[in-house]
Design a protein around this ligand. Sequence first.
Ligand code: NDP
Ligand code: MG
Length: 395
Amino acid sequence: MSAVQRIAVLGATGSIGLSTLDVIARHPERYQAFALSAFSRLAELEVLCLRYRPTFAVVADAGAAQRLQAALQVAGLSTRVLWGDAGLCEVAAHEQVDAVMAAIVGAAGLSSTLAAVEAGKKVLLANKEALVMSGDLFMQAVRKSGAVLLPIDSEHNAIFQCLPGDYARGLSAVGVRRILLTASGGPFRETALAELESVTPEQACAHPNWSMGRKISVDSASMMNKGLELIEACWLFDARPAQVEVVIHPQSVIHSMVDYVDGSVLAQLGNPDMRTPIAHALAWPQRIDSGVSALDLFAIARLDFQRPDEERFPCLRLARQVAEEGGTAPAMLNAANEVAVAAFLERRIRFPEIARIIDDVLNLEAASTVESLDAVLAADARARARACEWLNRHG
Ligand code: NDP
Ligand code: MG
């Protein structure tokens, strides 16, 4: 590894991407932004390129690449602009890259995340959807290539910090009884059920504790985010779904816990700011300043816990169901959710219809094992088509 680690930030214009660049900028002697990618926010990407002077930038298509390339040349930068999935995969696997921040949202991040894994990179995984879709293949690829997979999702990063270094021997071998996956409960934790029919995208995106991209904000409001995280935890830590208990903790100070057979429960606490898990994963096994202020327990004063209500949050039940089912069912749940959330954000459907669409899509038959990436992509496509049919029937 070079003295200065070269980082590919996939999804640089997003919430996680910008937090990553903030941590990188605090440690120029340790990290350098080697590649930055964007999809729709091209003006923002240009500003980031001028500031971080990456070797590569990646955009959605050839036209956008040409325009950005010209603008960067005028500014005197030698950044090479690539485009599309091929461009993302090229930088993710580039021989000069030390670590890849996988922070593209949704299935769109799958191939580049897998490319980083297959190239044996240090992979900082924010893109939980990639793991949910292709869990078994993904983890096999990690083992085969020797990639170092570090969770960025705050809960999984917390669990990773609370587990012993040799947890890969198996959770029961290291004395773990359960994983306690904390959830804030989102903005609608106490909203009257009847009112959920009329909540707006703005209300769904106004998370009480975290500032995040729009898709994950809606997922947090429906608690599908916790459902995806339950599946993510099963793959990352080789847990059975029954070993993962969801605990609503409205303050979002405890980011998750590990319950051991001797009665010890280890927790990781911190202010709700993604720069903590990002800095943890970037520097692991060392510790670096993240810019996050010290936790003020006296200001927080109390920590509360509740059991989740599955009537209020049917997405959580559906996710647990597909976690048990395995095979291509999680990929189908993820795809249906992506279509439904986009439709909700476009005001085509009401909030409770997100779960209804997913429930309908899960009537499709899923394969019980995942043989190949093509099988995952086919399941994803079938689920999207069925979700779109639902939208057409009801729109
Ligand atoms: P944002 O919506 O803020 O950012 C998403 C990023 O992905 C942007 O850079 C966006 O580009 C890019 N992108 C979107 N669609 C495509 C596409 N089709 N092809 C290529 N790139 C695309 O999301 P977040 O940063 O909030 O989340 C990113 C990932 O991290 C998600 O998987 C989320 O679940 C996970 N995560 C996020 C947390 C958070 O606090 N935000 C916490 C834990 C996990 P552009 O903006 O230019 O369109
Ligand atoms: Mg999370």
